[in-house]
Unconditional design. Structure first.
Length: 175
């Protein structure tokens, strides 16, 4: 069986990304030259952005709706931001936006499930502050997200690559 990632991940001077991550290099690679490092940088940025979303929603909604609704709102906002950042700056994949977003959300729902289980445990059972608890949980969910996205979210099969190559060739012939 052919390797789905063989040529699609290689660019001159840029190591192939791990697992199923494919797509042409994003602009962040001009600075870091390694798609894995770019992935981690965007993940770190998204972690900070996600925590900021959580704080913002907590200030706006917690007294009215509680911290679990705050978590849900922050999750939705964070996932949409992260999806755009990864597609634009790290992978630059084309097509399959809905499929990619669905896969991206599956990975993030796993992280949300862990977050939703741990947050009340740390707040209600261990008596930690909500923000301190969320800060601790972010480290765990960041690892879950990294490994999930690395092998699943932006994966392209050899058939996907063949379709893209055919489209590119057709565009060239039409010009």
């Amino acid at each position: 069986m052919p390797d789905d990632n063989a040529d699609a991940n290689s660019t001159e001077g840029v190591p192939a990304p791990p697992a199923g991550m494919t797509g042409e290099p994003g602009p962040l690679l001009r600075i870091v030259h390694d798609q894995r490092v770019a992935f981690l940088l965007v993940g770190g940025i998204n972690t900070v952005v996600g925590f900021a979303w959580f704080i913002g929603f907590q200030l706006l909604l917690q007294d009215w709706l509680g911290y679990m609704v705050v978590l849900l709102c922050a999750h939705v906002a964070s996932v949409l931001c992260a999806f755009v950042l990864y597609r634009r700056f790290v992978f630059r994949v084309r097509g399959h936006v809905i499929r990619d977003l669905g896969r991206f959300e599956v990975v993030n729902l796993a992280a949300l499930g862990i977050n939703a289980a741990l947050l009340p445990l740390l707040v209600e059972v261990f008596g930690l502050q909500v923000l301190v608890s969320q800060f601790l949980i972010v480290g765990v969910t960041m690892l879950v997200s990294f490994f999930g996205h690395r092998g699943f979210s932006f994966r392209r099969t050899s058939a996907d690559h063949d379709k893209l190559a055919a489209r590119e060739q057709q565009k060239g012939e039409n010009q």
